[in-house]
Design a protein around this ligand. Structure first.
Ligand code: MTE
Ligand code: MO
Length: 502
């Protein structure tokens, strides 16, 4: 055992050295090519939808750190095995390390927009790890029986140097990534068609209620990426192709020269569970989608889908008829008065009111292709999600929290409700235990595509009570009470919770 233990550590240390150096190189070029992240991204793409849904339900927004952690743990176990192998068969040990890196390399090159250059970090990882293991093995072997102390000192020096390299690579990579993620200095034009000033919400009146407008920093983020893409507005172009009269490519400046609209729109994720956090509301600035499509001219051979593609080849499908039915579908450059944050699609994304984000809200957008669902299948279409996915009418209780303990007497129940493209929220009702539904008070109106805050004054008697909420849209649609999971077209059911009144 005493002779095995060091080898186990050699394998791990050699692997960390390779990964640290690779991480720094990846940060300089494209963070997503960092070997562990690349494998993680491939795992996301290959995971069957039910398992993915389970992970999102179980881990929530911690699902990605847990995924990266699991990949890392797996890598380190195999790295330790490689070290053990190298004790008797150095070539086998090195071979296992190379095999590990080859998996990462395959994950990198099979991405849609991959180039040979993306293999750089994997190559660095392989060379770094094998060189490190070789050095450690040589120092260990170089401890001739007569001079154990010399040998040990050599191993310790090598370990210290390699540990330093691993840490420097890892930390350096993070620092470089931070620097690259700094926002670009972009001046946005004023909207030709501005939004009305947003009314004051209930934020100051109802403690614990969701703010009427979501700050960019607090806005939920959902996408398939493990990194935050750095797309420069200088290199960015948008191509409109497929079934069009003529293919058109726009630069960022050309897009900014087009007349802009400004709209208050609530964005929702299809993966949001009833009462969940994947919903947010912002003021968006952008060019009407229709104006952009008109530059190319919609063709005549029967396209029924807008296939949008991001800078990395990820695709999202949108029903053409819904996107062009007069709703405020936008090619967005601004969010709450600022350029889009990188997490939310800088420099350009789509926003379409009334459709879940996975069929409408393409971030880091670079291409719009007019095509048919028969001809081309987008990322989530391949994974059996719905193609036609209007946002379901929904209401959420923000305060009190589930299982909260409150004092008997005056309790304010409050939350948000949304009914995009359904005439807004017409009515919100609250039910306490088995009592009849009672109307809640609505907050100010931010438009039909924007959520509505609501509150209900409750004279709470002591005991344990069940609170439920439901919404009715301005068009008269009632919230669906039947429970459904997010897959394949969004969750439904009532948000209910229990509170203890003392
Ligand atoms: N390029 C790209 N765009 C994307 C996604 C993605 O994975 N990749 N996810 C979509 C989903 S599922 C949603 S709900 C919205 C979320 O937008 P947000 O992260 O800005 O809130 O972005 C959409 N746009
Ligand atoms: Mo989503």
């Amino acid at each position: 055992m005493r002779t095995r233990l060091p080898w186990l550590a050699f394998g791990v240390l050699a692997t960390l050295t390779g990964l640290g150096l690779a991480h720094a190189v990846a940060a300089l070029t494209d963070a997503d090519t960092s070997p562990v992240l690349a494998v993680g991204a491939a795992v996301i793409d290959l995971t069957p939808t039910p398992v993915k849904e389970w992970a999102i339900r179980t881990f929530g927004s911690a699902d990605k750190p847990i995924l990266v952690g699991s990949v890392m743990a797996g890598v380190l176990v195999l790295a330790a095995a490689a070290g053990l192998l190298a004790r008797r068969r150095p070539l086998y040990g090195a071979g296992l390390l190379v095999a590990l890196v080859v998996i990462a390399a395959v994950a990198v090159v099979t991405r849609p927009e991959a180039t040979v250059l993306d293999l750089g970090p994997s190559l660095v990882a392989a060379v770094g790890a094998v060189a490190a293991l070789t050095w450690l093995a040589r120092e260990q072997a170089g401890a001739p029986d007569g001079e154990p102390d010399n040998g040990r000192r050599g191993v310790l020096i090598a370990a210290a140097v390699l540990g330093g390299l691993a840490v420097a690579g890892g930390v350096g990579g993070q620092v470089i990534t931070r620097l690259r993620l700094r926002p670009e200095d972009v001046a946005l034009p004023d909207p030709a068609d501005p939004a009305q000033p947003l009314p004051r919400g209930l934020d100051d009146q109802v403690p614990g209620i969701t703010p009427f407008r979501t700050d960019n920093d607090d806005f939920y983020r959902v996408d398939t990426r493990l990194d935050t893409p750095v797309v420069s507005s200088d290199d960015w172009t948008l191509t409109i192709d497929g079934d069009v009269d003529q293919e058109v490519t726009l630069t960022f400046d050309e897009l900014l020269d087009m007349p802009m609209i400004e709209r208050d729109i609530t964005l929702t994720c299809v993966s949001n569970s009833v009462g969940g956090e994947y919903v947010g509301s912002a003021r968006w600035l952008g060019v009407p989608l229709k104006d952009v499509l008109d530059l190319a001219g919609i063709g005549s051979t029967g396209a029924d889908q807008i296939l949008s593609t991001d800078f990395d080849g990820m695709t999202i499908s949108t029903p053409l008829d819904l996107a062009t039915d007069g709703r405020d579908a936008m090619i967005c450059v601004g969010m709450n008065g600022e350029p889009l944050p990188r997490e939310h699609g800088f420099p350009v994304r789509m926003v379409i009111p009334g459709l879940y984000g996975f069929v409408s809200a393409t971030k880091w957008l670079t291409r719009l292709t007019l095509t048919t669902y028969d001809d081309q299948k987008a990322y989530w279409t391949q994974r059996e999600w719905a193609t036609d996915a209007p946002i379901k009418l929904s209401a959420r209780i923000d305060t009190p929290k589930a299982l909260a303990e409150v004092d008997a007497g005056d309790v304010v129940i409050g939350g948000v409700a949304w009914a995009q493209q359904r005439g807004g929220v017409g009515k919100v009702q609250v039910r306490i235990d088995d009592e009849p539904w009672q109307d809640a008070n609505l907050g100010p109106d931010g438009g039909d595509d924007y959520w509505r805050q609501w509150f209900f004054r409750w004279d709470a008697p002591s005991g344990s009570h069940n609170i439920a909420v439901r919404a009715v849209s301005g068009d008269g649609d009632e919230q669906v009470t039947e429970r459904a999971e997010p897959f394949p077209d969004g969750a439904s059911g009532l948000h209910e919770l229990i509170v203890q009144v003392a």
